[in-house]
Ligand binder design. Structure first.
Ligand SMILES: Cc1ncc(COP(=O)(O)O)c(C=O)c1O
Length: 645
């Protein structure tokens, strides 16, 4: 059931009693769609404790006499903002006191009441209106409204609200499967009252504004082609041909596609590698600082935080160093869109000062697949250029259910994100302990995951992503994945050679956890002797960029087989320059980028992946007559292309 609480914080006991009685009385008498009720705390520590324990508290009213040093309850307000930035905060001012003129104090607060003003019905109406604003879903509401209007459709899409499917003896089951509402809500840009994603001025613009406020951005844009597209849009907005961009070679493939599209000159930063578990770690701080210094004036730096495995950077000093060198910072938060809504995950990249942040709202919050957000805090943001690039990538027929799901996901994060994330953290911790109790499987801790090179770098772990060491079970990762799927009905996120990754989200439930634990415990009892000689393929390091990725990509090249006639790694590939991006998926991190020189470690790695990870897709290899090939530059192309220093 819907529940909202407002917390009054005051040392004035008679005052607390009067306010509580007046406000709860107003809540009982007036229209109260949010089921808003009022509680009190006698001082700042009690308020913080209440806020930590009750995720349904949405509003806090702070007696300004509580904290004279920080006028308007400024000290407590700042502490609460740090704890839960989505809270609405009000100051209760004594008669005759004026609101602080300090911009910081003003920013921390949403409004004021006067302590002696006993118009509790008036207070209640103001607070109720604030909740209505936060809980609004302008686009989703308008979409429902339009569907309810039951207009005849003489426009796209061709299924016409599902009418082409409904009742069909051949495809009528699809209508039943996806449901009437989804089909009726699948509309087109012809419907003006639903605004336009490509030029938003109405309900989409309003929804984006609410998202910007929620996520702490100056501006937020919805994207319906995933963060894969959001990354490309930002790259093309920021980078012109020849501009220098600093990036971790282990960035998602969409970032490398952005390099090709923009024509930028990439400077690859060597990430740390945990070869024991086959996991790429962050780029060491020293490498980052050195690159920033060596390439001062570069256009941008992009980092992934957190990674697929949950490793996140200590971003603030890195962003400061980049800004001091005139470099814009883009952070790919594809896996971290929820972070703003629980202090265990903060600071977010925006809070650490990043200029651009992309998030797969669909990966870790409740939006539909492909629904992504782009957040912008760059003071020099060129919206016109952004819009041109956004329009280059976005479909002119966006799926409206995706946009509605972004609106809804933002509302949920604001209204109940803290509570749900607290539960997710609890479940993840419980699961960690249970898995470890099998004595066979072990959840890796930060210490296990991070390579030595980054130990002093302030790297943190998002503990909702569980990496389980399976080596002692004697099963291979593929075997375990199949056992979990076939025998126990469980689909996990991904595997490496000796680990499984379990992703806890706000959709994880105790029931699912119970079944997963049961499966892991049974598999642990079936453990075999650990497999001797299970050697992980060495993750290949970046070699050398022979020419710009864009130049290599647009050449014709020639195809060479990955394996020679005897089935061995093909020596003819050595020293050749790759034209494509070769990406094992998941996780989507390239082993080769266009323009990169190939060496034996790379050929061996790919050959071994094909042999041992049969379920893994490897994007970028060409299949000819059932054999995998790599497209490489011909000698004449090599000669013609300018090199990169
Ligand atoms: C780090 C990173 N960035 C971006 C993406 C692309 O996100 P999407 O699937 O929303 O296109 C992924 C997807 O796996 C990713 O891991």
């Amino acid at each position: 059931m819907l529940r909202c609480r407002a917390l009054l914080v005051s040392e004035d006991e008679p005052g607390r009693i009067a306010w509580l009685s007046g406000l709860n009385g107003a809540a009982a008498q007036l229209d109260n769609p949010w089921n808003l009720g009022f509680d009190a705390a006698e001082d700042a520590p009690a308020a913080i404790e209440a806020l930590q324990g009750d995720g349904d508290i949405q509003l806090v009213l702070i007696d300004s006499r509580l904290d004279r040093a920080g006028r308007d309850g400024g000290g407590l307000a700042s502490a609460l903002r740090a704890l839960r930035p989505e809270l609405s905060l009000y100051s209760l001012l004594a008669h005759g006191d004026l609101p602080s003129s300090e911009p910081l104090a003003q920013e921390a607060l949403d409004g004021y009441f006067e302590v002696d003003d006993a118009d509790y019905r008036g207070w209640f109406r103001i607070l109720s209106a604030e909740l209505a604003e936060k809980a609004a879903t302008p686009f989703y509401d308008r979409l429902k409204q339009y569907v309810a209007m039951a207009k005849d459709s003489w426009h796209t899409p061709g299924h016409s609200g599902g009418d082409s499917l409904k009742g069909s003896p051949w495809v009528g089951d699809f209508y039943d499967f996806v449901g009437e509402n989804l089909l009726r809500a699948d509309l087109s840009v012809s419907v003006a009252m639903l605004d336009s994603l490509l030029h938003p001025t109405g309900v989409i613009a309003e929804a984006q504004k609410l998202a910007a406020k929620a996520f702490g951005a100056r501006r937020t844009y919805f994207a319906t082609n995933g963060t894969s597209t959001s990354n490309k849009v930002i790259f093309q907005t920021l980078l012109a041909p020849g501009d220098t961009v600093l990036l971790d070679r282990n960035c998602h493939k969409s970032v490398h596609h952005g390099v090709i599209l923009s024509g930028a000159r990439p400077v690859y930063l060597d990430a740390s590698v945990n070869s024991r578990y086959g996991i790429f770690g962050p780029v060491p701080k020293a490498t980052l600082f050195a690159a920033i210094e060596a390439h001062a004036g570069a256009r941008a730096l992009i980092l992934t935080s957190c990674t697929y495995d949950g490793l996140r950077y200590d971003l603030a000093p890195i962003v400061s160093a980049a800004h001091a060198a005139g470099i814009k910072v883009i952070v790919d938060e594809a896996w971290y869109g929820f972070a703003r809504f629980h202090p265990a995950f903060r600071p977010t990249a925006l809070e650490a000062g990043a200029d651009y942040v992309t998030q797969s709202t669909h990966k870790v919050l409740s939006a539909f697949s492909q629904a992504s957000m782009i957040h912008v805090n760059d003071p020099a943001f060129d919206e016109h250029l952004f819009r041109e690039n956004f329009n280059m990538h976005a479909s002119t027929s966006p799926q409206y259910a995706l946009i509605a799901s972004l609106d809804v996901a933002r509302k949920q994060a604001v209204m109940e994100g803290f509570r749900l994330l607290a539960r997710t953290l609890r479940l993840a911790d419980e699961m960690r302990a249970r898995i470890n109790s099998t004595g066979v499987f072990r959840v890796l801790e930060l210490d296990d995951l991070i390579p030595d090179e980054v130990r002093g770098d302030g790297i943190l772990l998002d503990s909702t992503k569980l990496t389980v060491d399976i080596a002692a079970s004697g099963f291979s990762a593929d075997e375990l994945q199949h056992q979990l799927f076939d025998r126990f009905n469980i689909q996990i996120e991904k595997t490496t050679f000796s680990t499984l990754t379990l992703l806890f989200t706000i959709g994880s439930t105790p029931g699912k956890m119970l079944r997963l634990y049961d499966a892991m415990a049974r598999l642990a009892r079936e453990a075999r002797p650990a497999r001797a000689g299970l050697r992980l393929p060495e993750l290949p390091r970046f070699t050398r960029l022979a020419c710009l990725p864009r130049d290599a990509f647009y050449e014709g090249g020639e195809l060479l087989p990955l394996l020679d006639d005897e089935g061995r790694p093909n020596a003819a590939l050595l020293e050749r320059v790759c034209c494509d991006q070769i990406v094992p998926y998941p996780p989507g991190i390239p082993v080769l980028v266009p323009g990169q020189q190939i060496d034996m470690s790379i050929v061996l790695y790919l050959a071994r992946l094909l042999r041992t990870q049969k379920s893994m897709e490897i994007h970028g290899l060409a299949e000819v007559d059932g054999e995998f090939h790599v497209r490489v530059l011909r000698a004449d192309e090599m000669e013609r292309l300018p090199g990169v220093e």
